[in-house]
Design a protein around this ligand. Structure first.
Ligand code: HEM
Length: 395
Protein backbone atom coordinates (compact mmCIF):
# COMPACT_ATOMS: atom_id res chain seq x y z
CA UNK A 1 0.00 0.00 0.00
CA UNK A 2 1.42 3.38 -0.98
CA UNK A 3 0.99 5.75 1.94
CA UNK A 4 0.86 9.48 1.27
CA UNK A 5 -1.08 11.53 3.77
CA UNK A 6 0.40 14.81 2.57
CA UNK A 7 -0.62 14.98 -1.07
CA UNK A 8 -3.99 16.70 -1.57
CA UNK A 9 -4.54 14.04 -4.29
CA UNK A 10 -4.97 11.47 -1.51
CA UNK A 11 -7.92 13.53 -0.24
CA UNK A 12 -9.39 14.35 -3.63
CA UNK A 13 -12.54 12.29 -2.96
CA UNK A 14 -12.64 12.38 0.82
CA UNK A 15 -10.55 10.67 3.46
CA UNK A 16 -8.18 8.01 2.09
CA UNK A 17 -9.94 5.24 3.99
CA UNK A 18 -7.96 2.52 2.20
CA UNK A 19 -4.69 4.01 3.47
CA UNK A 20 -6.14 4.51 6.95
CA UNK A 21 -7.32 0.87 7.11
CA UNK A 22 -3.90 -0.40 6.10
CA UNK A 23 -2.20 1.83 8.66
CA UNK A 24 -4.50 0.84 11.53
CA UNK A 25 -3.86 -2.81 10.72
CA UNK A 26 -0.12 -2.78 9.97
CA UNK A 27 1.41 0.43 11.31
CA UNK A 28 -0.84 2.29 13.76
CA UNK A 29 2.02 4.64 14.56
CA UNK A 30 3.67 5.09 11.15
CA UNK A 31 6.78 7.10 10.31
CA UNK A 32 5.71 9.34 7.43
CA UNK A 33 8.44 11.03 5.39
CA UNK A 34 8.16 14.72 4.49
CA UNK A 35 9.94 16.84 1.91
CA UNK A 36 11.44 19.09 4.61
CA UNK A 37 13.68 16.15 5.58
CA UNK A 38 12.02 15.59 8.91
CA UNK A 39 9.12 13.15 9.06
CA UNK A 40 6.17 12.75 11.38
CA UNK A 41 4.34 9.94 13.15
CA UNK A 42 0.87 9.26 11.72
CA UNK A 43 -1.43 7.85 14.42
CA UNK A 44 -4.58 6.16 13.15
CA UNK A 45 -6.14 3.99 15.86
CA UNK A 46 -8.88 5.32 18.13
CA UNK A 47 -7.23 4.45 21.47
CA UNK A 48 -4.00 6.33 20.74
CA UNK A 49 -5.67 9.31 19.03
CA UNK A 50 -7.96 9.72 22.03
CA UNK A 51 -5.23 9.29 24.65
CA UNK A 52 -2.72 11.64 22.99
CA UNK A 53 -5.33 14.40 22.70
CA UNK A 54 -5.81 14.16 26.45
CA UNK A 55 -2.14 14.32 27.35
CA UNK A 56 -0.89 17.89 26.76
CA UNK A 57 2.08 17.34 29.10
CA UNK A 58 3.65 14.74 26.83
CA UNK A 59 2.05 15.91 23.56
CA UNK A 60 2.26 19.65 23.11
CA UNK A 61 0.17 21.75 20.70
CA UNK A 62 3.11 24.12 20.30
CA UNK A 63 4.39 25.51 18.03
CA UNK A 64 1.43 24.59 15.80
CA UNK A 65 -1.25 22.00 15.13
CA UNK A 66 -0.48 21.91 11.39
CA UNK A 67 2.05 19.40 10.08
CA UNK A 68 4.23 22.16 8.61
CA UNK A 69 5.94 24.45 11.07
CA UNK A 70 4.62 28.01 10.93
CA UNK A 71 6.27 30.68 8.84
CA UNK A 72 7.88 33.03 11.35
CA UNK A 73 5.58 35.87 12.30
CA UNK A 74 2.39 34.48 10.77
CA UNK A 75 0.80 32.79 13.77
CA UNK A 76 3.57 33.12 16.30
CA UNK A 77 5.59 36.31 16.73
CA UNK A 78 7.39 34.98 19.80
CA UNK A 79 5.02 36.79 22.20
CA UNK A 80 1.50 36.08 21.00
CA UNK A 81 -0.02 32.73 20.10
CA UNK A 82 -3.35 31.39 18.98
CA UNK A 83 -5.11 29.50 21.77
CA UNK A 84 -5.38 26.36 19.62
CA UNK A 85 -1.58 26.26 19.59
CA UNK A 86 -1.00 26.81 23.30
CA UNK A 87 -0.46 24.39 26.16
CA UNK A 88 -1.67 24.68 29.74
CA UNK A 89 -1.45 26.84 31.78
CA UNK A 90 -1.69 29.67 29.21
CA UNK A 91 -4.19 27.70 27.12
CA UNK A 92 -6.44 27.29 30.16
CA UNK A 93 -6.33 31.04 30.87
CA UNK A 94 -7.16 32.03 27.29
CA UNK A 95 -9.85 29.41 26.82
CA UNK A 96 -11.58 30.56 30.01
CA UNK A 97 -12.01 34.02 28.50
CA UNK A 98 -14.61 32.76 26.06
CA UNK A 99 -15.53 29.24 27.12
CA UNK A 100 -18.65 30.32 29.02
CA UNK A 101 -20.11 31.82 25.85
CA UNK A 102 -19.97 28.42 24.16
CA UNK A 103 -21.33 26.05 26.81
CA UNK A 104 -24.56 24.18 26.25
CA UNK A 105 -26.90 26.78 27.79
CA UNK A 106 -25.68 29.84 25.84
CA UNK A 107 -25.47 27.71 22.68
CA UNK A 108 -29.09 26.56 23.11
CA UNK A 109 -30.11 30.21 23.50
CA UNK A 110 -28.74 30.86 19.98
CA UNK A 111 -31.12 28.29 18.43
CA UNK A 112 -33.95 30.74 17.58
CA UNK A 113 -31.78 33.06 15.49
CA UNK A 114 -29.82 30.14 13.99
CA UNK A 115 -33.18 28.70 12.94
CA UNK A 116 -34.09 32.02 11.31
CA UNK A 117 -30.81 31.94 9.39
CA UNK A 118 -31.53 28.39 8.21
CA UNK A 119 -34.94 29.48 6.93
CA UNK A 120 -33.53 32.58 5.18
CA UNK A 121 -30.79 30.52 3.54
CA UNK A 122 -33.26 28.05 2.07
CA UNK A 123 -35.71 30.86 1.19
CA UNK A 124 -32.98 32.44 -0.94
CA UNK A 125 -32.56 29.36 -3.18
CA UNK A 126 -35.82 27.49 -2.98
CA UNK A 127 -37.46 28.97 -6.09
CA UNK A 128 -34.37 28.51 -8.24
CA UNK A 129 -34.61 24.73 -8.30
CA UNK A 130 -30.83 24.43 -8.41
CA UNK A 131 -27.78 25.76 -6.58
CA UNK A 132 -24.27 25.03 -5.47
CA UNK A 133 -25.07 23.51 -2.11
CA UNK A 134 -21.67 24.46 -0.67
CA UNK A 135 -21.66 28.11 -1.57
CA UNK A 136 -25.39 28.85 -1.42
CA UNK A 137 -26.46 26.76 1.57
CA UNK A 138 -23.77 25.04 3.66
CA UNK A 139 -21.28 27.93 3.57
CA UNK A 140 -23.86 30.58 4.41
CA UNK A 141 -24.71 29.20 7.83
CA UNK A 142 -21.33 29.37 9.63
CA UNK A 143 -20.48 32.74 8.09
CA UNK A 144 -23.78 34.23 9.30
CA UNK A 145 -23.36 32.67 12.75
CA UNK A 146 -19.87 33.98 13.30
CA UNK A 147 -20.84 37.43 12.00
CA UNK A 148 -23.82 37.55 14.37
CA UNK A 149 -21.74 36.38 17.35
CA UNK A 150 -19.03 38.93 16.66
CA UNK A 151 -21.49 41.72 15.94
CA UNK A 152 -20.51 42.21 12.27
CA UNK A 153 -22.63 42.82 9.17
CA UNK A 154 -23.79 39.40 7.92
CA UNK A 155 -22.30 39.98 4.50
CA UNK A 156 -18.86 40.52 6.02
CA UNK A 157 -19.11 37.03 7.54
CA UNK A 158 -19.33 35.73 3.99
CA UNK A 159 -16.23 37.60 2.85
CA UNK A 160 -14.23 36.46 5.87
CA UNK A 161 -15.36 32.95 5.26
CA UNK A 162 -14.05 33.05 1.67
CA UNK A 163 -10.67 33.94 3.14
CA UNK A 164 -10.70 30.89 5.44
CA UNK A 165 -11.18 28.66 2.43
CA UNK A 166 -7.95 30.04 0.96
CA UNK A 167 -6.15 29.61 4.27
CA UNK A 168 -7.17 25.93 4.40
CA UNK A 169 -6.40 25.04 0.80
CA UNK A 170 -3.21 23.27 -0.17
CA UNK A 171 -0.53 25.85 -0.99
CA UNK A 172 0.27 24.21 -4.34
CA UNK A 173 -3.32 24.76 -5.54
CA UNK A 174 -3.19 28.51 -4.92
CA UNK A 175 -1.43 31.42 -6.62
CA UNK A 176 1.91 32.25 -4.96
CA UNK A 177 1.48 34.33 -1.79
CA UNK A 178 -2.30 33.76 -1.60
CA UNK A 179 -2.41 32.23 1.92
CA UNK A 180 -0.31 35.05 3.39
CA UNK A 181 -2.50 37.62 1.62
CA UNK A 182 -5.65 35.96 2.97
CA UNK A 183 -4.32 36.07 6.55
CA UNK A 184 -3.28 39.69 6.04
CA UNK A 185 -6.75 40.58 4.70
CA UNK A 186 -8.34 38.88 7.71
CA UNK A 187 -6.07 40.79 10.08
CA UNK A 188 -6.78 44.08 8.24
CA UNK A 189 -10.50 43.54 8.71
CA UNK A 190 -9.97 42.58 12.37
CA UNK A 191 -8.02 45.78 12.94
CA UNK A 192 -10.96 47.84 11.70
CA UNK A 193 -13.26 45.89 14.06
CA UNK A 194 -10.94 46.71 16.97
CA UNK A 195 -11.23 50.40 16.22
CA UNK A 196 -15.00 50.27 15.76
CA UNK A 197 -15.77 48.17 18.82
CA UNK A 198 -13.39 50.08 21.06
CA UNK A 199 -15.10 53.32 20.04
CA UNK A 200 -18.57 51.83 20.38
CA UNK A 201 -18.71 48.63 22.43
CA UNK A 202 -21.85 46.54 21.93
CA UNK A 203 -23.37 43.35 23.31
CA UNK A 204 -21.25 41.01 21.19
CA UNK A 205 -18.31 38.65 21.51
CA UNK A 206 -15.86 41.05 19.82
CA UNK A 207 -16.62 43.81 22.34
CA UNK A 208 -16.40 41.39 25.26
CA UNK A 209 -13.06 40.05 24.03
CA UNK A 210 -11.71 43.58 23.73
CA UNK A 211 -12.77 44.27 27.32
CA UNK A 212 -11.41 40.94 28.65
CA UNK A 213 -8.44 40.96 31.00
CA UNK A 214 -5.68 38.52 31.87
CA UNK A 215 -3.90 39.28 35.16
CA UNK A 216 -5.51 42.73 35.17
CA UNK A 217 -4.29 43.50 31.63
CA UNK A 218 -6.53 43.91 28.57
CA UNK A 219 -5.91 41.67 25.56
CA UNK A 220 -3.80 43.58 23.08
CA UNK A 221 -4.61 43.94 19.39
CA UNK A 222 -2.66 40.89 18.31
CA UNK A 223 -4.29 38.71 20.99
CA UNK A 224 -7.67 39.88 19.75
CA UNK A 225 -6.78 39.28 16.11
CA UNK A 226 -5.64 35.75 16.84
CA UNK A 227 -8.91 34.97 18.66
CA UNK A 228 -10.83 36.54 15.79
CA UNK A 229 -8.99 34.46 13.21
CA UNK A 230 -9.39 31.29 15.27
CA UNK A 231 -13.14 31.69 15.70
CA UNK A 232 -13.77 32.44 12.03
CA UNK A 233 -11.41 29.75 10.90
CA UNK A 234 -12.43 26.98 13.29
CA UNK A 235 -16.17 27.44 12.90
CA UNK A 236 -16.35 28.04 9.12
CA UNK A 237 -15.05 25.32 6.85
CA UNK A 238 -15.66 22.65 9.46
CA UNK A 239 -19.41 23.17 9.77
CA UNK A 240 -19.82 23.89 6.08
CA UNK A 241 -17.95 20.75 5.03
CA UNK A 242 -19.85 18.59 7.46
CA UNK A 243 -23.13 19.84 5.97
CA UNK A 244 -21.92 19.13 2.43
CA UNK A 245 -20.54 15.69 3.27
CA UNK A 246 -23.73 14.91 5.18
CA UNK A 247 -25.84 15.69 2.13
CA UNK A 248 -23.68 13.41 -0.03
CA UNK A 249 -23.98 10.57 2.47
CA UNK A 250 -27.73 11.04 2.75
CA UNK A 251 -28.11 10.99 -1.03
CA UNK A 252 -26.24 7.69 -0.97
CA UNK A 253 -28.65 6.38 1.71
CA UNK A 254 -32.10 7.39 0.46
CA UNK A 255 -33.86 5.31 3.11
CA UNK A 256 -32.15 7.32 5.86
CA UNK A 257 -32.86 10.61 4.07
CA UNK A 258 -36.51 9.57 3.91
CA UNK A 259 -36.61 8.64 7.61
CA UNK A 260 -35.04 11.99 8.49
CA UNK A 261 -37.54 13.85 6.34
CA UNK A 262 -40.50 12.05 7.90
CA UNK A 263 -39.41 12.31 11.53
CA UNK A 264 -36.66 14.92 11.98
CA UNK A 265 -37.16 15.09 15.75
CA UNK A 266 -36.35 11.39 16.03
CA UNK A 267 -33.48 11.25 13.51
CA UNK A 268 -31.64 14.57 13.47
CA UNK A 269 -29.31 13.97 16.42
CA UNK A 270 -28.31 10.38 15.54
CA UNK A 271 -27.86 11.23 11.85
CA UNK A 272 -25.73 14.28 12.74
CA UNK A 273 -23.55 12.25 15.12
CA UNK A 274 -23.06 9.53 12.56
CA UNK A 275 -22.23 12.14 9.89
CA UNK A 276 -19.60 13.58 12.23
CA UNK A 277 -18.07 10.13 12.72
CA UNK A 278 -18.34 9.04 9.10
CA UNK A 279 -17.22 12.30 7.46
CA UNK A 280 -14.90 13.84 10.13
CA UNK A 281 -14.41 17.35 8.68
CA UNK A 282 -11.13 17.94 10.53
CA UNK A 283 -8.60 15.52 9.08
CA UNK A 284 -5.90 15.87 11.71
CA UNK A 285 -4.37 17.84 14.55
CA UNK A 286 -0.67 17.67 15.20
CA UNK A 287 1.16 17.46 18.51
CA UNK A 288 4.86 17.46 19.42
CA UNK A 289 6.25 14.85 21.83
CA UNK A 290 7.84 16.60 24.82
CA UNK A 291 9.71 13.46 25.96
CA UNK A 292 10.67 10.04 24.59
CA UNK A 293 7.50 7.97 24.60
CA UNK A 294 6.12 4.74 23.14
CA UNK A 295 3.06 4.86 20.88
CA UNK A 296 1.55 1.59 19.62
CA UNK A 297 4.89 -0.15 20.05
CA UNK A 298 7.01 2.52 18.30
CA UNK A 299 9.62 4.60 20.07
CA UNK A 300 8.83 8.29 19.55
CA UNK A 301 11.60 10.74 20.38
CA UNK A 302 11.19 14.03 22.23
CA UNK A 303 10.60 16.83 19.71
CA UNK A 304 9.08 14.63 16.99
CA UNK A 305 5.76 15.48 15.35
CA UNK A 306 2.80 13.23 16.13
CA UNK A 307 -0.28 13.61 13.92
CA UNK A 308 -3.73 12.45 15.05
CA UNK A 309 -5.98 11.29 12.18
CA UNK A 310 -9.57 11.71 13.35
CA UNK A 311 -11.14 10.28 10.19
CA UNK A 312 -9.07 7.11 10.72
CA UNK A 313 -9.81 6.81 14.45
CA UNK A 314 -13.51 7.22 13.69
CA UNK A 315 -13.44 4.14 11.44
CA UNK A 316 -11.49 1.97 13.88
CA UNK A 317 -13.06 -1.49 13.90
CA UNK A 318 -11.81 -1.95 17.48
CA UNK A 319 -14.39 0.63 18.61
CA UNK A 320 -17.03 0.85 15.87
CA UNK A 321 -18.61 -2.37 14.63
CA UNK A 322 -18.80 -2.46 10.82
CA UNK A 323 -17.13 0.98 10.74
CA UNK A 324 -17.58 1.70 7.03
CA UNK A 325 -21.34 1.33 7.34
CA UNK A 326 -23.26 4.59 7.76
CA UNK A 327 -25.53 3.66 10.63
CA UNK A 328 -27.34 6.36 12.60
CA UNK A 329 -28.69 3.74 15.02
CA UNK A 330 -25.15 3.19 16.33
CA UNK A 331 -25.28 3.66 20.08
CA UNK A 332 -23.05 4.70 21.70
CA UNK A 333 -21.23 6.70 19.03
CA UNK A 334 -18.14 8.08 20.79
CA UNK A 335 -16.65 9.69 17.67
CA UNK A 336 -13.65 12.01 17.89
CA UNK A 337 -14.69 14.49 15.18
CA UNK A 338 -14.51 17.32 17.74
CA UNK A 339 -11.17 16.08 19.11
CA UNK A 340 -11.01 15.51 22.83
CA UNK A 341 -9.14 16.62 25.94
CA UNK A 342 -7.99 20.16 26.70
CA UNK A 343 -8.55 21.50 23.18
CA UNK A 344 -11.84 19.72 22.53
CA UNK A 345 -13.85 21.79 20.07
CA UNK A 346 -15.06 24.88 21.87
CA UNK A 347 -17.83 25.41 19.31
CA UNK A 348 -19.21 21.87 19.41
CA UNK A 349 -22.58 22.80 20.95
CA UNK A 350 -23.05 25.65 18.50
CA UNK A 351 -21.96 23.41 15.63
CA UNK A 352 -24.53 20.74 16.56
CA UNK A 353 -27.31 23.34 16.56
CA UNK A 354 -26.19 24.80 13.22
CA UNK A 355 -26.02 21.37 11.63
CA UNK A 356 -29.37 20.18 12.99
CA UNK A 357 -31.31 23.29 12.07
CA UNK A 358 -29.76 23.55 8.61
CA UNK A 359 -30.29 19.85 7.84
CA UNK A 360 -33.89 20.05 9.05
CA UNK A 361 -34.61 22.94 6.69
CA UNK A 362 -32.87 21.20 3.76
CA UNK A 363 -34.52 17.81 4.07
CA UNK A 364 -38.00 19.09 4.82
CA UNK A 365 -38.11 21.86 2.19
CA UNK A 366 -35.76 20.94 -0.67
CA UNK A 367 -37.77 18.08 -2.17
CA UNK A 368 -36.24 15.53 -4.54
CA UNK A 369 -32.81 16.99 -3.89
CA UNK A 370 -30.30 15.30 -6.23
CA UNK A 371 -26.78 15.77 -7.54
CA UNK A 372 -26.59 17.80 -10.75
CA UNK A 373 -22.89 17.20 -11.44
CA UNK A 374 -19.72 15.76 -9.97
CA UNK A 375 -18.87 17.09 -6.51
CA UNK A 376 -15.46 18.76 -6.30
CA UNK A 377 -13.53 18.25 -3.06
CA UNK A 378 -11.53 20.82 -1.16
CA UNK A 379 -7.86 20.30 -2.09
CA UNK A 380 -6.66 20.01 1.49
CA UNK A 381 -4.96 17.42 3.67
CA UNK A 382 -6.25 19.28 6.76
CA UNK A 383 -9.98 19.83 6.24
CA UNK A 384 -12.17 17.32 4.43
CA UNK A 385 -15.32 18.03 2.48
CA UNK A 386 -16.77 19.03 -0.87
CA UNK A 387 -15.93 22.47 -2.23
CA UNK A 388 -18.51 22.49 -5.00
CA UNK A 389 -21.71 20.46 -4.87
CA UNK A 390 -24.24 21.21 -7.63
CA UNK A 391 -27.77 20.07 -6.75
CA UNK A 392 -31.30 20.30 -8.13
CA UNK A 393 -34.49 20.22 -6.07
CA UNK A 394 -38.14 21.18 -5.98
CA UNK A 395 -39.54 23.77 -3.57
C1 HEM B 1 -18.62 20.29 12.40
C2 HEM B 1 -18.07 21.35 12.94
C3 HEM B 1 -16.80 21.35 13.73
C4 HEM B 1 -15.82 20.39 13.86
C5 HEM B 1 -15.77 19.00 13.24
C6 HEM B 1 -14.79 20.93 14.74
C7 HEM B 1 -13.65 20.25 15.13
C8 HEM B 1 -12.69 20.74 15.98
C9 HEM B 1 -11.49 20.04 16.38
C10 HEM B 1 -11.09 18.64 15.90
C11 HEM B 1 -10.79 20.85 17.22
C12 HEM B 1 -9.43 20.57 17.87
C13 HEM B 1 -9.57 19.65 19.04
C14 HEM B 1 -8.26 19.20 19.60
O1 HEM B 1 -7.17 19.68 19.22
O2 HEM B 1 -8.33 18.31 20.45
C15 HEM B 1 -11.54 22.07 17.37
C16 HEM B 1 -11.16 23.15 18.13
C17 HEM B 1 -11.84 24.33 18.17
N1 HEM B 1 -13.06 24.62 17.59
FE1 HEM B 1 -14.18 23.37 16.45
N2 HEM B 1 -15.15 22.19 15.09
C18 HEM B 1 -16.36 22.50 14.51
C19 HEM B 1 -17.09 23.67 14.64
C20 HEM B 1 -16.72 24.75 15.40
C21 HEM B 1 -17.49 25.97 15.57
C22 HEM B 1 -18.86 26.22 14.95
C23 HEM B 1 -16.73 26.82 16.34
C24 HEM B 1 -17.03 28.21 16.82
C25 HEM B 1 -18.12 28.87 16.65
C26 HEM B 1 -15.51 26.11 16.68
C27 HEM B 1 -14.50 26.63 17.47
C28 HEM B 1 -13.39 25.93 17.87
C29 HEM B 1 -12.32 26.53 18.68
C30 HEM B 1 -12.29 27.95 19.21
C31 HEM B 1 -11.36 25.52 18.88
C32 HEM B 1 -10.07 25.64 19.66
C33 HEM B 1 -10.27 25.14 21.07
C34 HEM B 1 -9.01 25.17 21.91
O3 HEM B 1 -7.91 25.33 21.39
O4 HEM B 1 -9.16 25.06 23.14
N3 HEM B 1 -15.53 24.86 16.10
N4 HEM B 1 -12.72 21.97 16.60
Amino acid sequence: MEINLLSPASFAAGHPQDQYSWLREHAPCYWHETTDGDGFWAVTRYAEVRAIGRDPQRFSSEPTIMIEDPEPGLFDDGVHKMMLMMDPPSHTTYRKLISREFTQGPAAAMAPWIEDFAKQIVDAVIDKGQCDFMQDVAGEMPSYVIAKLMGLPLDDGRKLYALTETIHSAVETLPPGAPGEAVAAMFGYGQRIIEEKRAQPADDLASRLLAAEIDGKRLDDVDFLLFFLLLIDAGGDTTRNLLGSALLVLLDHPEILQALREDPDRWLAPVRNECLRYCSPVTYMRRRATEDVEIAGRRVRAGQRVVLYYGAANRDERVFADPHRFDPTRNPNPHLAFGGGTHVCLGQHVARIEIDLMLREVVTRMHDIALAGEPEWLASNFISGPRVLPVTFRG
